[in-house]
Ligand binder design. Structure first.
Ligand code: DON
Length: 322
């Protein structure tokens, strides 16, 4: 991945046609990068994805959309559901209780690492890695049915067509022993209450929601609009909680690639091994990406490449200078 020099920044991209052109370039860059990644295989059903697929969707508050490539293809949300689960937990359980169960520190480890939980701290490092996400689901499980969480996911993504992908759910449930191990370890430490099998089952279901690049742009747009649906005006989560969520997405959203992503792209984003990325940008605009060819850290190579281009050319980095 090339690192942009400041001299390359183009200050002229302000009008809608120029923005469209930058999106087209970002799409082309992403598409080219698909050959550099590999689809996830540790959940057998995910290995069926087309590694050359790529979709980029931008959705602005005024309703304008920018759609390139595979933006209607359905794929599973995977770890991006961790953002929705965190939002629901903050709204219904509150900041103090949520963060008495998980920390808010980047772990620097792989998404499904168990090591720090066992050797460094009995509280998971953050809600966007598996240990923390499973702990968050343990807080939701006594309060919400899967159907209720599915409805909330539809609201957050502004997409009523989201359904459970049964095949992926079964595939992950059959092979998800590492996540069950995390749940049992949390329980053994007294950090998690409840039944580890029921909790991981709900976690697997939330990972198996069928979304599209458009749905992930919807989620990004709600985050960019401080927790409101800009088309109905409905408040889903308070702006204060959205600030918490976006801060943790910025520092932890791409696991052990969050640091370099922060430098190169500089946006709150969350990835999933299904190939999705959601991203919230100023404007406000939501960006959803789908590229199932992943890098070694489990993040979409095409998605990152396209976001790098968008951030650079549209000056979207949260620390971009005027
Ligand atoms: O916990 C798992 O293994 C998956 N269902 C979700 C992981 C995931 O998406 C990691 N993201 N890059």
């Amino acid at each position: 991945m090339s690192f942009p020099t400041y001299e390359q920044i183009d200050y002229s991209y302000r009008d809608p046609e120029a923005v469209k052109k930058v999106f087209a370039e970002a799409y082309a860059n992403g598409l080219e990068a698909t050959s550099e990644g590999r689809v996830a295989t540790y959940i057998p059903e995910l290995s069926k994805a087309d590694p050359s697929a790529f979709g980029l969707f931008g959705w602005k508050k005024d309703g304008e959309t920018l759609s390139f490539g595979d933006t209607t293809t359905r794929f599973t949300i995977q770890s991006i559901s961790k953002v929705i689960n965190l939002a629901v937990a903050l709204k219904y359980i509150g900041f103090r209780d949520v963060f008495s169960h998980v920390l808010m520190e980047p772990s620097g480890d792989e998404f499904n690492s168990i090591i720090k939980l066992d050797t460094v701290n009995s509280l998971p490092f953050n809600p966007l890695i598996n240990t923390g996400a499973i702990e968050i689901v343990s807080l939701l499980e006594p309060l919400f049915s899967f159907e209720e969480l599915l409805d909330l996911a539809r609201s957050f993504c502004m997409d009523n067509e989201i359904t459970l992908n049964e095949a992926v759910y079964r595939s992950e449930a059959e092979t998800g022993d590492r996540n069950r191990a995390i749940a049992y370890l949390l329980k053994s430490k007294g950090v998690m209450k409840g039944d580890p099998d029921r909790i991981t089952d709900l976690y697997f279901r939330m990972c198996s929601l069928n979304v599209s690049a458009r749905s992930l742009a919807g989620l990004g747009l709600v985050l960019a609009c401080d927790g409101s649906n800009p088309f109905t005006g409905k408040h889903l989560v308070s702006p204060g909680y959205i600030r918490v969520i976006k801060s943790i997405m910025f520092t932890c959203g791409l696991y052990n690639e969050s640091g370099s992503f922060g430098v190169k792209v500089g946006l709150p984003a969350k990835s999933g091994v299904g190939g999705g990325i959601t991203c919230a940008v100023k404007g406000p605009m939501g960006i959803g990406l789908y590229g199932p060819a992943l890098d070694g850290k489990g993040n979409s190579v095409a998605g990152i490449r396209a976001l790098e281009h968008l951030s650079h050319r549209l000056r979207l980095h949260v620390f971009a200078y005027e």
